[in-house]
Design a protein around this ligand. Structure first.
Ligand code: ADP
Ligand code: MG
Ligand code: ZN
Length: 676
């Protein structure tokens, strides 16, 4: 094992768990592996495939994933191939050839292929010795990523009668049972389960108040690092990507509606560039192998905890600190509910999807610790955290059991026929048509809930869903129903704390202002005062200088230099010229270095960024690589000239630099331009 690890795969040592798993697979046992994303599951079937005689068949859900694995294995000199819907006849016949000569070691197959009788017949001609099922949760109807064709695997296994190894990163208790049933026909496999905790990822949630500003703010705080923004709709990926580009963060949209080639292109760029942002629907990220993603933002509430976990789990695989922010709102929840209701799933499954949505709402409205909640969902207790927004900054809470019971009783009394709005209207004593229709004004609950307003009741109901006490009922239109837990609570109430902070209605008008507090607020006052002074001296209204929204953005983002100042919305070239210095001086108490005119001309373009990188590396190399040589520097105009090169080559750069400088800086400069 160790030998193959070192020689064939070029890896030094096993990651935690790999050795034990690989040993069991080599021994021919049925194996079920649950390990977090990035923990090295692929090796758990690839290495045994090399050591065992014959061929290993791997079922994997995404063509892109298969292709990158095949490429990687071929580079290692392993005879392997892939059969997908996009395999050409030549590729298929080459695989057939290899099969009959029994030289193939690993064959990736798309699950859809298994529906063809010819595929199974063909596989029987090969000397198949092991089946590996990657992303095995796709077999579970209760999972978040069900692929019907995964159900064909059970049959394949029966026909071939060989050991099977199933691997996944996300399987709750229900999904686990389903995997054992479908893939192992309930013959208990040897199971390996490793921790879900990713302690380096900071978890945080925020109610939406000004969603775009919240996202842009979060991204600017994490500037110059790679990250992903997940959105609920394709259209939104485009608008957010545009907004990010406008404020000077390079961002690309990614969704299933793009041409495959365009998608490959975005994936490749993301892997190779250092601070690119991808704005994506859930279509992006499965099997992504980039270890230095520093942050994940959800512009909309994910549809389940499994989705959430997988998505934030793409950050910080290198173990260094990473940060995540998830936005949510009542509208998001309504949107997800609607998706579920309008979907084609059978009723039982719809009900389960509502339950799963409830759990993510519960995570969003958690008051104790996000990590405890999340890992608790996957069956882990004994969690220590200190790295989530709640551990850092506890919420205000109130004891809600009485209010909860009031709602539950109300739902029962109205025979589970009322919608959330109806229930709230009943409690707050609004005589609506629906209530009149049902003689609700005569009910003993009518008007008994005036201690809270509509918005506050809505928050309580949402938090009740988060505890899975109630769910939308599948039969009724818009009505809600008690879960078994809700029924228990009705008769057996116990103290329970709810989040009080979400009680404050976020009014749309004050949204931007709510985002600004503390030092930012003080800075904003100074900027406003300066603005007024300038306006008075030229006898114009002060919003002719800068609008308030522009000043707020300045106060939050605190541009450090003229480039960053130019990225603030509302700052055009003219205003930049006139006002940047005085405003920058207020923002950065110590004034910014005056820019060289050659550098000034580059403002607003990518060359500015290259210029700064060139200057930085120049100062590192000024005394040579060892730091003991005679100092050399290039003039700003030379640096500017190089930073503007459209097709940079080493020769061109060296020519501009001249012999001596080329010797010291040429290579480093070229590298910066090439990588950009
Ligand atoms: P998973 O499928 O569990 O998400 P992968 O199999 O894709 O993880 O592996 C993640 C990364 O870890 C890959 O880049 C892989 O090459 C690397 N890796 C796997 N095993 C080892 C090991 N023993 N030592 C070093 N790197 C490893
Ligand atoms: Mg994997
Ligand atoms: Zn915590």
């Amino acid at each position: 094992m160790k030998n193959v690890l070192n020689k064939t795969f070029g890896l030094k040592s096993f990651k935690p768990g790999q050795k034990e798993i690989i040993q069991s697979v080599i021994d021919g046992e049925d194996v079920f592996v649950v390990m977090p994303t990035g923990s090295g599951k692929s090796l758990c079937y690839q290495l045994p495939a090399i050591i065992r005689e014959g061929l290993t068949v791997v079922i994997s859900p995404l063509i892109a994933l298969m292709m990158s694995q095949v490429l990687y294995l071929k580079k290692l000199g392993i005879n392997c191939g892939a059969l997908t819907s996009s395999s050409s006849p030549e590729e298929v016949s080459e695989i057939l050839n290899n099969l009959s000569q029994k030289t193939l070691k690993i064959l990736y197959i798309a699950p859809e292929r298994l529906s063809k009788a010819s595929t199974i017949k063909m596989l029987k001609t090969g000397n198949i010795n092991l089946i590996a099922v990657d992303e095995a949760h796709c077999v579970s109807q209760w999972g978040h990523d069900f692929r019907p064709s995964y159900l064909l695997i059970g049959n394949l296994r029966k026909r071939l009668n060989v050991p099977l190894v199933a691997l996944t990163a996300t399987a709750g208790p229900k999904t686990k049972i389903e995997i054992v049933k479908q893939l192992f026909k309930n013959n208990n496999p040897k199971s390996f389960s490793y921790g879900y905790d990713r302690p380096n990822i900071f978890m945080s949630f925020q109610l939406k108040n000004s969603p775009r500003a919240q996202i842009l703010n979060f991204v600017t705080q994490n500037k110059r690092t790679s990250g992903i923004v997940y959105c609920g709709t394709r259209a939104k990926t485009e608008t957010i990507a545009n907004a990010l580009n406008e404020i000077g963060c390079s961002a690309l949209a990614y969704h299933a509606g793009l041409e495959p080639s365009a998608r490959r292109n975005v994936e490749a760029l993301f892997s190779s560039k250092d601070n690119l942002i991808i704005v994506a629907t859930i279509a992006f990220g499965m099997g992504l192998d980039k270890s230095d993603i520093r942050w994940i933002a959800h512009a909309d509430l994910p549809q389940s905890i499994e989705n959430y976990y997988q998505e934030i789990g793409r950050a910080g695989r290198d173990g260094k600190p990473a940060i995540s922010l998830t936005l949510y709102s009542q509208e998001d929840i309504d949107f997800r509910r609607q998706q579920i209701n309008e979907g084609s799933a059978i009723e039982v499954r719809k009900d389960l999807n509502h339950q799963r949505l409830n759990y993510i709402i519960g995570l969003a409205d958690e008051i104790d610790c996000r990590r405890k909640n999340l890992l608790g969902y996957f069956g882990e207790d004994n969690v220590s955290c200190g790295n989530c927004d709640l551990c850092k900054d506890p919420k205000n809470t109130f004891e809600a059991s009485k209010s909860i019971q009031k709602i539950l009783k109300c739902i029962i009394l109205t025979n589970e026929k009322y919608s959330i709005t109806d229930i709230i209207n009943l409690l707050t004593g609004q005589l609506t048509d629906k209530i009149k229709e049902n003689n609700g004004q005569k009910s003993k609950f009518f008007g008994t809930g005036k201690e809270f307003n509509d918005h506050q009741w809505l928050s309580i109901i949402r938090q009740m869903m988060g505890k899975d006490l109630i769910r939308p009922s599948i039969q009724g239109v818009n009505s809600i129903t008690l879960t078994s837990q809700g029924n228990v609570f009705l008769t057996n109430k116990h103290p329970i704390n709810f989040n009080l902070d979400s009680f404050h209605k976020v009014s749309k008008k004050s949204t931007i202002r709510t985002l600004i507090y503390g030092d930012d607020q003080a800075l904003l006052s100074k900027l406003k005062a300066h603005c007024r002074k300038l306006a008075e001296s030229s006898n114009i209204p002060s919003h002719f200088i800068f609008r308030e929204t522009t000043l707020i953005e300045m106060a939050i983002k605190k541009p450090k230099n003229i480039d960053e100042f130019f990225m603030i919305r509302g700052v055009g070239p003219k205003k930049l010229e006139k006002f940047s210095t005085s405003f920058l001086n207020i923002i950065n108490v110590s004034p910014a270095d005056p820019l060289h005119p050659a550098r000034r001309k580059l403002i607003g373009g990518t060359s500015a960024c290259i210029y700064d990188q060139l200057i930085e590396i120049q100062s590192k190399l000024a005394y040579g690589r060892d730091g003991h040589q005679k100092k050399i520097t290039c003039s700003p105009s030379i640096i500017a000239k190089i930073s503007k090169l459209i097709n940079p080559t080493q020769v061109v750069i060296n020519n501009i630099l001249g012999k001596k400088k080329a010797l010291r800086f040429g290579k480093a400069f070229f590298k910066i331009l090439k990588d950009f």
